[in-house]
Design a protein around this ligand. Structure first.
Ligand SMILES: O=c1ccn([C@@H]2O[C@H](COP(=O)(O)O)[C@@H](O)[C@H]2O)c(=O)[nH]1
Length: 277
């Protein structure tokens, strides 16, 4: 379990706020790994070994594991067990349902005694409201990361609808911040929405933001930092495909490290510029 002070301390120590996304698609991993009993776990293990000193977080996206049935769940459990204790481990599951169903989703990803895995944080959809979120907050010390302004083009369909408190995504942030403090609540804000970060900081001055969308989706890290960084950093920036699929050959882990290092070096510059380190 990683608390807010521990997360901030890791960011300062590692001079990084990188989250490596483990969106591991069995069709995309190097073919020589297919000889291993669990090629997906073997791939993740080598990616983790190659990047763990450069990042503060890992984020397996549950879709890539669920879509493989029983084998996928086993890869996810084994990956969770292998994740370094000093990194915030996030399950990107984007769940949301009525209370008793949310209780089961929470159990699935947060209760080690039930399923063999207990992530530090889980992504949750806000659409169904407070009872969607309460189930996860019932687990002491666990983080809820609520979808606010996503990186997707379709974010305009609902998230920018106007409400009496501004855009719908702003209402989500304001309301959710009454459900839990900034030691338990984070928000997803896409890197592709960098112009909105200054606005978001007015209503979420201290919350950590999970920022996907750099790398493969074209978001700009410097812009995200300019408008979104706080005195504690306040950002966890995810990159998945650009790191884990940097090479498809025997050198895939080294290539992933080189890609992660490039991002970490840029992050170090941004942390220095903002006076965080
Ligand atoms: O708004 C969102 C919310 C979540 N994601 C997830 O982040 C990663 C991004 O992967 P890349 O390969 O770096 O594009 C992936 O798991 C998405 O499901 C997002 O992209 N945008």
């Amino acid at each position: 379990m990683i608390s807010r002070p521990q997360l901030i301390s890791q960011i300062k120590q590692k001079k990084s706020f990188l989250c490596v996304g483990l969106d591991t698609d069995i069709e995309k991993i190097p073919s020589f790994l297919k000889e291993y009993p669990d090629p997906v776990f073997e791939f993740n293990k080598r990616i983790i070994d190659a990047t763990k000193d450069l990042c503060v977080s890992y984020k397996p996206n549950s879709a890539f594991y669920e879509s493989r049935g029983l084998k996928g769940w086993q890869s996810l459990i084994d990956t969770w067990k292998y994740l370094p204790v000093d990194c915030l481990n996030i399950i990107d599951a984007k769940r949301g349902d009525i209370g008793n169903t949310s209780d089961m989703y929470a159990k699935a990803f947060l209760d080690e005694s039930a399923t063999g895995m207990s992530f530090d944080a889980i992504t949750v959809s806000p659409y169904m409201g407070n009872d969607t979120v309460k189930s996860y907050l019932a687990y002491p010390g666990k983080w809820v990361i609520l979808l606010a302004l996503t990186s997707s083009a379709g974010s305009k369909d609902f998230q920018y609808l106007t409400t009496e408190h501004g855009f719908l995504y702003e209402t989500v942030i304001q309301k959710a911040n009454t459900w839990a403090g900034d030691d338990r609540m984070m928000f997803v804000v896409g890197a592709t929405k960098s112009t909105e970060f200054a606005n978001i900081r007015k209503i979420a001055p201290n919350n950590f933001l999970l920022v996907p969308g750099v790398g493969a989706q074209g978001g700009n890290l410097a812009d995200v930092c300019q408008y979104g960084m706080t005195k504690d950093c306040g950002l966890i920036v995810n990159a998945s495909r650009s790191i884990i699929y940097a090479s498809n050959g025997e050198d895939f882990a080294e290539a992933a490290r080189a890609e992660a290092l490039k991002i970490q070096q840029e992050m170090q510059m941004e942390l220095e510029k903002a006076g965080v380190i």
